[in-house]
Design a protein around this ligand. Structure first.
Ligand SMILES: [Zn+2]
Length: 263
């Protein structure tokens, strides 16, 4: 453990103010990461997705409703086509019966009988057509309700997207300010310290540097052991310290609780 620490301590030196700047940078980076997380997990993202799913299902229902109506319209046209020749035959028979052109009583009687049959047939076909028309009416009403729901969902979706975009815009604005702050702080930190910070942060949830507060690493929250405390207290103020537990860069401040922190 000791030799590992010694190796690290030898690796990088940076003056006290640069180390404190690194802590400022960490604060900015942590806030940026939190805002980025908030941006990615906005509840409105889920709300938009839910509405889009609902919208897609309704669109598919509308296609089905259109198809059902087309089919019923075909059925109605077919019913009308079926009726036409029967009505025509009935008319012809009725005319011939009325004008007395059928002299043969047997033929006349069979014609009268056929008229009765044709009337029943027409009545059946008309009932069937009426049923199709009722179904058509119901289908048209159902499609209209569907269109109303789609319009409602579209309105809701547009409002939700606008609200989400507004929240994203506000977060982006805040993040833009922090990025500008970062761009001012980063150049004040030596390159080797900054690369070490970035490298550690990449493997430690974005936290490469942590303050020692009350003899505790604020990165991993573990208490620093007595031997490390002695070594840290004895270390020159430009020595870059590392947490023996989590490996993060440790920054000394007046709140660190070290005997000779040089601060
Ligand atoms: Zn630690």
């Amino acid at each position: 453990m000791r030799s590992r620490l010694s190796r690290r301590v030898r690796a990088i030196r940076a003056d006290k103010s640069a180390q404190l700047r690194l802590l400022d940078l960490q604060t900015v980076d942590t806030t940026l990461a939190q805002l980025n997380h908030r941006r990615q997990t906005l509840p409105l993202h889920a709300a938009v997705t839910k509405l889009q799913t609902e919208r897609a299902a309704l669109a598919s229902d509308l296609v089905a409703a259109d198809t059902a109506i087309s089919d019923l319209e075909l059925d109605q046209a077919k019913a009308e086509n079926d009726l036409e020749p029967v009505r025509e035959r009935l008319r012809r028979n009725q005319v011939r019966i009325a004008d007395g052109t059928v002299a043969d009583p047997k033929a006349l009687s069979s014609m009268v009988e056929e008229v009765g049959h044709l009337k029943r047939r027409i009545s059946d076909l008309e009932d069937a057509e009426l049923e199709v028309m009722e179904q058509l009416e119901a289908a048209a009403e159902s499609r209209e309700r569907l269109r109303t729901r789609i319009a409602d969902v579209d309105d809701n979706l547009a409002r939700t997207i606008a609200e989400r975009d507004q929240q994203l815009g506000e977060l982006e604005l805040e993040m833009g300010g922090l990025r500008a702050e970062r761009a001012e702080i980063a150049p004040l930190i030596p390159g080797d310290l900054l690369s070490l910070y970035d490298k550690i942060g990449a493997n430690h949830g974005g936290v490469g540097a942590a303050e020692i507060r009350q003899r505790r690493c604020t990165g991993c929250q573990l208490e620093i052991n007595a031997a490390d405390l002695r070594a840290f207290s004895a270390a020159a103020e430009d020595e870059v310290l590392r947490c023996e537990e989590c490996g993060r860069i440790l920054i000394r401040t007046p709140q660190s609780g070290l005997a000779h922190s040089g601060l």
